[in-house]
Design a protein around this ligand. Structure first.
Ligand SMILES: [Ca+2]
Length: 149
């Protein structure tokens, strides 16, 4: 699923909403899953990529997870850094093992660690069929300064 951001405009495509507040310089990205296709409260991302000026995926070498509202770490190693570990089989999944309910909206915030021009992004869901976490509606924000969490 690829969407395009042009000249700091907000472009709405079906259920997607992209907001970019700057085209470059120490960009921090935040993805905010709002709900899932199966109606449950879980979100999962196998790989998240940002596309550069040439439309190709940017290096994720300097990416750091700043924040994730929820991770599954007891039943599986579904930590947030799995979204950029180059492995399609590993994924970030929000917590499902604890008694506490982790509900939408879920958030993951990533510091890109370098100045980049971003023209779009792609989201790879987890590969298994009929599993939880397929994100339906979401918002993606890009910003030069840290988000207030
Ligand atoms: Ca992965």
């Amino acid at each position: 699923m690829i969407s395009k951001i042009i000249n700091s405009q907000v472009i709405q495509l079906n259920y997607e909403e992209l907001l970019i507040e700057s085209e470059c310089s120490n960009i921090i990205t935040k993805e905010k899953p709002l709900n899932a296709y199966d109606g449950k409260d879980f979100a999962a991302i196998a790989e998240l990529e940002l596309l550069g000026a040439d439309g190709k995926p940017l290096s994720r070498q300097h990416w750091k997870v700043i924040y994730a509202d929820s991770e599954e770490t007891e039943e599986a190693n579904n930590i947030a850094t799995n979204v950029f570990d180059l492995q399609e089989s590993t994924f970030w999944h929000t917590n499902y093992s604890s008694a506490a309910k982790h509900k939408f909206p879920h958030q993951i915030v990533i510091n890109l660690g370098e100045d980049k021009i971003v023209t779009g992004f792609s989201y790879l869901p987890r590969a298994e069929a009929d599993k939880t976490g397929m994100i339906k509606d979401y918002r993606v924000y890009l910003k030069m300064t840290p988000f207030k969490l």
